[in-house]
Design a protein around this ligand. Structure first.
Ligand code: DGT
Ligand code: MG
Length: 590
């Protein structure tokens, strides 16, 4: 919607800022070298009329020898100059196209990086990758080749037409009368090929998505021995792409014979009409040869137009995709009058009658949630899988906004805060741990690169990770692979906890962060969480009673509603869900 604000060409022009002048110089150069093509036939005509066929040809060859050589040398020099201009123009437009490509790509990545969660739910990674690679290349090609070729085709066509009219307008009209027919065929071709380019672009995106999802999910594929199935699935995408590609390329072949037939009609017309005119003495032999040697300059642009149209449609389909991201805006942004708060928050978190529904889902996930976490308190959240725990904590850093009610931090609605400020005060260890392909040290210090080695080690100790890290061959300098390959689930969780602690957050949110560690390690972690050397409110999602037991408040969530809330003792006394959970997990009658 936003993307339609500007036309594609206006958008390109906007991104050419700073390079517009040199680009126009390049385009003017294109005009010049194409018009210069006409000088060759002009000189040829002169040479033929004066020295080859004219009545005084033999005499002229003796008397005007100097002129003869002068004409030939000028022709050679002009050809050389023309080649030089072509070279410079190519360099020029290529330079501009690369600069513009770079500019758009940086802008695009910036846009993608700043999008909110909803965006990532909507777009698939493979599709986004297609936009920043293949689609952008089609945009670059537009600047480097398509526009130049359009200018080239029309410059040649118009200059030749003008020259034809200058020589003999009757003959010019007879030949050029064929051009409109070719134009009509080109338009018909465009109508047919445009949707095919759109489809082709979609197939490429499917192909990339299939490849990307498969490569990142290779462990699951292996675990289920589904290689053959996945290969077949990918093959289907690949065949689809290849078929569409072929179909798109073949489209031109359906129109090409007609264009070719009309284009080849031109020399025939020249032969018949031109021949008659020579016989009548209306034109000279030199003029006939000039016409004849220039007929390609009318035919070629006509032939080129098909290819140009093809590439233009490719650009058109690709730029739609690029512009969609280019003009996309995250919905969750700083308000204009966002409150400026002290650097460090006190850490009070309050939910006031919060209800929430995902934009892409139709059922509400949270209903009327209210609770308060005072600075320094520990709040535990428990509940069956899918009850809405993760959804709840995602409202605190404003990854999503509540559909109803308010989420307050330090008594201010998070919607009124500056996002960066809010999120800097929150340390989050997500349920689905993602580590970067970097050293362990780099992963822990991700949120604060100014962290010293000692501090990194301290936080690793807090999260009970120090022991296994020092046992690794390169300790903190060990590189962990993509998604933390090379570490166990529990090890990854502990590094992710150290990363969350390392920003010394005023609010620490742990989403099932100790689910994969053993009881003993969990105890150690709990102990250090109580001993942190900075004030911190903790919101901890957990399944184990041993984790939640010492919390200041436990919230039990069921189907998006708080059904029980209180301390361990209070909830046990209530003999509800928590009570049965305690019995189940400890095996004791309480
Ligand atoms: P867990 O982690 O398995 O213990 O479950 P919870 O309690 O963390 O569940 P949660 O909050 O992830 O999901 C609650 C409901 O919301 C569940 O029915 C799935 C749904 N849901 C989660 N994420 C999304 C999302 O991005 N879009 C939509 N439409 N629904 C979602
Ligand atoms: Mg969850």
């Amino acid at each position: 919607m936003e993307a339609k604000k500007r036309s594609k060409m206006a958008w390109l022009w906007e991104n050419m800022k700073g390079y517009r002048v040199i680009y126009i110089v390049g385009i003017l150069g294109t005009l010049v070298y194409n018009v210069m093509q006409l000088t060759v036939p002009y000189f040829t005509q002169k040479i033929i009329d004066l020295f080859l066929t004219g009545e005084e040809a033999t005499a002229n060859l003796v008397n005007k020898r100097a002129l003869f050589f002068q004409l030939i040398i000028t022709m050679i020099v002009l050809t050389f100059v023309r080649t030089l201009i072509v070279y410079l123009v190519c360099m020029d437009v290529e330079h501009v196209s690369q600069k513009v490509l770079y500019r758009i790509r940086v802008h695009l990545f910036d846009k993608i990086e700043r999008q909110d969660m909803q965006f990532y739910n909507t777009y698939r990674t493979g599709d986004l990758m297609t936009r920043v690679t293949g689609d952008l290349d089609a945009v670059r090609h537009m600047i480097a080749w398509v526009i130049r070729s359009i200018v080239e085709a029309f410059a040649l066509l118009f200059a030749t037409a003008a020259y034809f009219f200058y020589m003999d307008w009757h003959l010019a009209i007879s030949i050029l009368a064929i051009a409109p027919f070719i134009m009509v065929i080109i338009v018909l071709f465009r109508n047919k090929v445009a949707p095919r380019h759109k489809a082709l672009r979609e197939k490429l995106s499917h192909l990339n998505t299939a490849a990307q999802e498969n490569i990142s999910g290779n462990r699951v594929v292996k675990a289920f021995a589904r290689e053959d199935y996945e290969i077949k699935k990918f093959d289907t995408c690949s065949v689809e792409y290849s078929k569409t590609n072929k179909k798109t390329a073949m489209t031109w072949l359906n129109y090409f014979p007609y264009i070719e037939a009309f284009a080849n009609l031109m020399p025939v017309v020249l032969l018949v009409v031109g021949g008659l005119f020579i016989i009548n003495g209306r034109i000279t032999m030199g003029e006939y040869v000039a016409f004849s040697s220039l007929i390609w300059a009318v035919q070629n642009p006509m032939r080129m137009l098909g290819n140009i149209m093809n590439e233009f449609q490719r650009f058109s389909a690709a730029s739609d995709k690029v512009m969609e991201i280019y003009y996309s805006e995250p919905h969750i942004v700083d308000k204009e009058n966002a409150v400026d708060l002290p650097e460090r928050f006190r850490g009070k978190v309050e939910f006031k009658n919060v209800s929430f529904r995902y934009e892409d889902g139709n059922l509400p996930v949270l209903h009327n949630i209210s609770f308060v976490a005072n600075p320094g308190e520990t709040i535990a959240i428990m509940g069956e899988t899918g009850c809405g725990k993760t959804s709840l904590i995602q409202l605190i850093p404003r990854f999503y906004e509540p559909t109803e009610g308010e989420v307050l931090v330090d008594d201010i609605n998070v919607n009124d805060m500056k996002l960066a400020q809010l999120r800097k005060n929150i340390g989050l260890a997500t349920q689905d741990v993602l580590l970067y392909s970097d050293t362990i040290d780099g992963n822990i210090a991700y949120g604060d690169s100014s962290l010293t080695k000692e501090e990194v080690e301290k936080f690793a100790k807090y999260s009970a990770a120090a022991k296994f890290i020092t046992k690794m061959p390169e300790g903190y300098d060990t590189i962990v692979g993509e998604r933390g390959v090379g570490l166990s689930g529990g090890q990854k969780q502990r590094i992710s906890l150290a990363r969350a602690l390392a920003v010394k957050p005023a609010i620490l949110i742990l989403d099932d962060t100790t689910s994969a560690v053993d009881m003993e390690t969990e105890k150690q972690i709990q102990h250090s969480l109580n001993e942190l050397d900075f004030p911190c409110t903790k919101i901890i999602i957990a399944q184990r009673v041993s984790t939640t037991k010492f919390a200041d408040k436990i919230l039990i969530i069921r189907d998006g509603r708080i059904t029980e809330s209180g301390t361990h003792e209070e909830l046990v006394a209530k003999k509800g869900y928590y009570h049965s959970l305690v019995q189940l997990q400890t095996g004791e009658e309480v």
